[in-house]
Design a protein around this ligand. Structure first.
Ligand code: SF4
Ligand code: MG
Length: 322
């Protein structure tokens, strides 16, 4: 069980190179073991910030992070053996596998590297055997261990990074746009692989994507983020059948059909404002057709509804919007 919550307003400050600040605020959710929760939203909404916060790459300035009953809010500052054994239980998969695979290393060295670090007692013969098994688990050949990342396609490189992530038998995988750089047909193969691995190992996923069509088939629940806050969180079927938040409705209206090859994408109206200086009140109000004076003044908080969703919208709360 994993819980990012209490108090309501977590503020995470992400320092970019130019020291501008990006905030994630009021993000509160939990993930059950074996579940897939997706965080969706346009770029700059803070999805990746939440992912990096969860794995301890960024520190929390407020709020808390609980993993399997243990408060790990200070994970970013922890060092030593105990912190390493905790980190081993999380793995992160990134959008661009090529950037995270050392081009000078053979695939076998790349996949075996976490084993060398976390299990130094393992003999090199055992490690080689384990790397071979991992390659087979991701649909590749043990012989591929001898080759280099550039010899593989984008989809195969993502399989290699998944194999590396699996090497230490993690429980929780944070996947940041894992298929966005891939062709649609390859995307489906990687998503299917991830689902099979989840069933086999009981993995828990936090799945980050800007693409509703991708998360639809991957997630048990979906959290829609807008400018650093959760606008709506709901079971996937519920969100697709009956989204409440005007932003969720807008995102869903823009979902291209996978069958149509993604060509019928309708564009979402309006620009995403600068996340460093979000609009007052409900940050979505400049783009929302239902905005009123209260929306401009008051930040809406997530409110649970009877259908299992939680929605942060004054219009929904007041019954002006279904
Ligand atoms: Fe629109 Fe107001 Fe709801 Fe924000 S709170 S989404 S502006 S109706
Ligand atoms: Mg991102």
């Amino acid at each position: 069980h994993f819980d990012v919550s209490k108090p309501w307003l977590n503020r995470v400050l992400e320092r970019s190179e130019k020291l501008s600040l990006k905030a994630v605020d009021g993000v509160s959710f939990s993930i059950r073991r074996g579940e897939t929760v997706a965080l969706v939203g346009e770029s700059g909404c803070g999805k990746s910030t939440v992912a990096r916060l969860v794995v301890g790459l960024y520190g929390l300035t407020r709020g808390s992070l609980v993993f399997d009953g243990e408060d790990i809010s200070d994970l970013a500052n922890r060092t030593g053996r105990q912190a390493a054994s905790l980190r081993k239980r999380f793995q992160m998969i990134f959008q661009d596998p090529y950037a995270s695979l050392n081009p000078l290393w053979r695939v076998g060295t790349i996949i075996g590297e976490p084993l060398r670090f976390f299990r130094p007692e393992m003999s090199s013969a055992d490690r080689r055997r384990r790397v071979g098994e991992l390659l087979e688990q991701v649909g590749m050949s043990p012989m591929d261990a001898l080759r280099y990342p550039h010899e593989f396609s984008g989809g195969q490189r993502q399989r290699i990074s998944i194999a590396r992530a699996l090497s230490n038998e993690p429980e929780f995988m944070i996947c940041d746009e894992p298929t966005s750089a891939l062709d649609v047909s390859v995307q489906a193969q990687i998503l299917n692989l991830m689902r099979d691995l989840q069933d086999e190992y009981g993995l828990t996923y936090l799945f980050i994507s800007h693409d509703m069509a991708v998360v639809k088939h991957m997630s048990d629940r979906i959290a829609v983020m807008y400018l650093g806050r959760i606008a709506e969180i709901a079971p996937s079927d519920q969100l697709f059948a009956n989204p409440h938040h005007p932003y969720s409705k807008m995102l869903l209206a823009a979902v291209p059909s996978l069958e149509g090859g993604g060509k019928e994408r309708t564009t979402i109206q309006g620009e995403v404002p600068n996340p460093v200086h979000p609009p007052s009140g409900c940050a979505f109000h400049p783009r929302c057709p239902h905005a009123n004076a209260r929306c401009k003044a008051e930040v809406p908080l997530l409110i649970a509804r009877d259908d299992g969703s939680e929605v942060a919208c004054h219009g929904v709360e007041e019954g002006r919007i279904e």
